[in-house]
Design a protein around this ligand. Structure first.
Ligand SMILES: *[C@@H]1O[C@H](CO)[C@@H](O)[C@H](O)[C@H]1NC(C)=O
Ligand SMILES: *[C@@H]1O[C@H](CO)[C@@H](O)[C@H](O)[C@H]1NC(C)=O
Ligand SMILES: *[C@@H]1O[C@H](CO)[C@@H](O)[C@H](O)[C@H]1NC(C)=O
Ligand SMILES: *[C@@H]1O[C@H](CO)[C@@H](O)[C@H](O)[C@H]1NC(C)=O
Ligand SMILES: *[C@@H]1O[C@H](CO)[C@@H](O)[C@H](O)[C@H]1NC(C)=O
Length: 569
């Protein structure tokens, strides 16, 4: 193969050009095209040339005739071989050789016979061809970081001279450095066409930042434009370097929640199978990176981590999982009955890793603090409830307290109502509900509902004389009685007409619903009737003891007599 000397500066154009090399002209032709081989650099004058003949060097000192032109005659093709159909002569005597092949790279000689001389002018023919195609084959789809691996083979097909291949990363040439970049080239010559196919194999050690790099190969051939292969992008693989266990809602886990563990690991491709270390117990998860524990309890608290199945030494750091819980135990509970005056211990035991909020209510009303009962009173009866809250956790417990005991009269009072009647009110405390009775017959005015161990009972009376009325309260645990002096309106009216010393406790009263002077009139009328009859059956007694002595009755009669006498006056 004939190559251009480096000392020869040749401008390569689409048509062949001449170069002077050590006295031998060289013509460069393009493969497949017509090559013009000039005769004596085109310096042959038609009038001087008697005969112009082109022949070629067959090798082994033999030559083959191609064509002959005699002065004033047509060109005669003398070739008998494959050149027969491919040769012709230009007007300036250049040999035109069509469909140039690599086998045409030989010496063609132009022989000019003039009257004075015979000149032989050999011309060396070189046929160039740029690669027909440039592509990367056998390319890797992924590279592992840090490992020298074959990235691909760049193939420049059918060129002459053989193409030189350059590898590029992001359009910057890669140079073999004996470490991360290794390039092996080979050239294969086609036995028929003699065209060379160059193969260049790049071995490359990828780095993380090569994930999006574009790899290409290119050739800048002696003839033709620069060829660049289609780009190749690679998946850069690397093994896991970081692994972390993530815990769902780690700060607010409570019993009953679901706990989701996620193992987050890098690497390309990222790992898909993990071991979850659940407080020392190994759980294998394939095709997923999460593991969920449903309905967690306080026993779920503990240390968790995860690791790779492929590489168990690659494991996350430990995570402490704390499950909050709340247990309460209230004593007493349910319904409890206690005697008034007793003490009652209330204890609320809370089991929780943190301090919760506690609130108390009695019969739905908020209490300032936990109830304490050193000496139970009837008012303490009620429904007690405590509520304990810790974040989303909430517990309630309650007890119903009933305080029992003998009734006690707290207040016994009398009051003059607007319509002139006496209103007697007896207020008592005790449980169960005490029954209230009076020492006189009256009209029931009001009885409050039994609440907090309290009852209030009122009657109206119209006493005819000053007298002592007693209120008696009782239940299964005991009895209490209190008395009150009630003055008679009637007495007050007549006060100036009679001796106050005559007044006595034993006076009996007429109780009625008639008011004021009407009552007095009626009483006077009746007294008069009694006086006239002088009979014992007219005695009036109310509310008081039935077993009243006959002495008392006598005294009443005397008084009634006295009164009626005075009224008559
Ligand atoms: C010979 O003639 C052809 C056209 O027929 C022309 O292209 C070529 O340049 C000429 N060659 C020389 C050496 O003058
Ligand atoms: C959750 O677990 C507790 C015992 O730890 C059980 O009593 C409860 O029924 C469970 N709840 C559900 C929804 O499975
Ligand atoms: C009622 O009056 C009498 C004398 O009038 C007196 O001795 C007694 O203490 C009084 N009772 C009450 C409960 O006030
Ligand atoms: C009734 O009692 C009042 C005092 O509450 C007294 O002033 C009055 O004299 C008494 N009347 C009789 C009849 O005793
Ligand atoms: C009260 O009045 C009723 C009749 O209304 C009578 O039967 C009863 O004996 C009276 N009780 C007293 C204590 O006077």
């Amino acid at each position: 193969m004939h190559l251009l000397s480096t000392s020869c500066v040749c401008a390569l154009l689409l048509t062949a050009l001449l170069c002077q090399v050590a006295g031998l002209e060289t013509v460069v032709g393009l493969y497949g095209e017509t090559v013009e081989i000039p005769c004596n650099s085109g310096a042959v004058k038609a009038e001087d040339a008697g005969i112009i003949k082109w022949k070629y060097d067959k090798g082994d000192g033999l030559s083959g005739d191609l064509l002959v032109k005699r002065k004033d005659q047509d060109v005669v093709i003398s070739a008998t071989d494959e050149y027969k159909s491919r040769v012709s002569m230009a007007a300036n005597f250049s040999l035109l050789l069509s469909a140039a092949k690599l086998t045409d790279q030989r010496t063609f000689t132009c022989m000019v016979v003039s009257q004075l001389d015979i000149i032989e002018n050999p011309v060396n023919v070189v046929i160039y061809k740029s690669p027909s195609d440039l592509e990367i084959s056998d390319s890797a789809t992924e590279l592992e970081i840090g490992k020298l691996a074959k990235l691909g083979t760049c193939v420049a097909k059918d060129a002459n001279p053989a193409a030189n291949i350059t590898w590029l990363k992001n359009n910057k040439p890669l140079v073999a450095d004996g470490q991360g970049i290794s390039i092996q080239s080979s050239v294969l010559v086609d036995p028929v066409t003699k065209l060379s196919t160059t193969k260049s194999t790049l071995e490359y050690s990828a780095e993380k930042e090569d994930a999006h790099a574009q790899f290409t190969c290119s050739t800048q051939h002696t003839v033709g434009a620069e060829l660049v292969s289609p780009p190749l992008t690679l998946t850069i693989t690397y093994s896991t370097e970081n692994i972390v266990l993530e815990v769902s809602a780690q700060d607010s886990l409570v019993e009953g929640d679901n706990l989701t563990l996620q193992c987050v690991a890098d690497g390309n491709p990222s790992p898909t199978s993990f071991y979850f270390h659940l407080k020392g117990e190994l759980m294998k998860v394939e095709n997923g990176d999460t593991y969920t524990i449903k309905n967690i309890s306080r026993d779920t608290s503990g240390e968790y981590k995860c690791s790779l199945i492929d590489n168990p030494s690659m494991e996350s750091s430990k995570k402490d999982v704390t499950v909050n819980y709340l247990d309460i135990n209230l004593s007493p509970s349910g319904n409890i009955v206690k005697r008034a005056g007793d003490a009652l211990d209330v204890t609320l035991n809370i089991t929780s890793p943190e301090t919760p909020k506690v609130s108390w209510t009695k019969d739905g009303k908020k209490l300032d603090k936990q109830p304490e009962f050193t000496k139970l009173v009837f008012m303490d009866s009620g429904s007690y409830e405590c509520e304990v809250t810790l974040g989303p956790l909430n517990r309630k417990s309650s007890f119903m307290l009933v305080v029992e005991g003998a009734p006690v009269i707290q207040k016994l009072s009398t009051e003059l109502s607007k319509d002139g009647q006496q209103v007697l009110t007896c207020q008592a405390e005790g449980s169960p509900k005490p029954t209230v009775s009076w020492s006189i017959n009256g009209t029931l005015l009001d009885e409050t509902p039994f609440e907090n161990g309290k009852i209030t009972h009122s009657i109206t009376v119209v006493p005819s004389a000053n007298l002592t009325v007693s209120c008696t309260v009782s239940n299964e645990f005991g009895v209490d009685t209190q008395a009150i002096n009630v003055s008679s309106l009637y007495e007050e009216v007549r006060m100036d007409k009679r001796d106050p010393s005559d007044d006595g406790d034993q006076t009996k009263v007429v109780v009625g619903v008639v008011v004021g002077l009407l009552v007095a009139t009626l009483v006077l009328g009746l007294a008069y009737w009694v006086y006239m009859k002088k009979s014992k059956q007219g005695s009036w007694k109310t509310g008081e003891k039935e077993n009243g002595s006959s002495e008392e009755e006598k005294k009443l009669e005397e008084k009634v007599e006295e009164n009626s006498q005075k009224a008559e006056v």
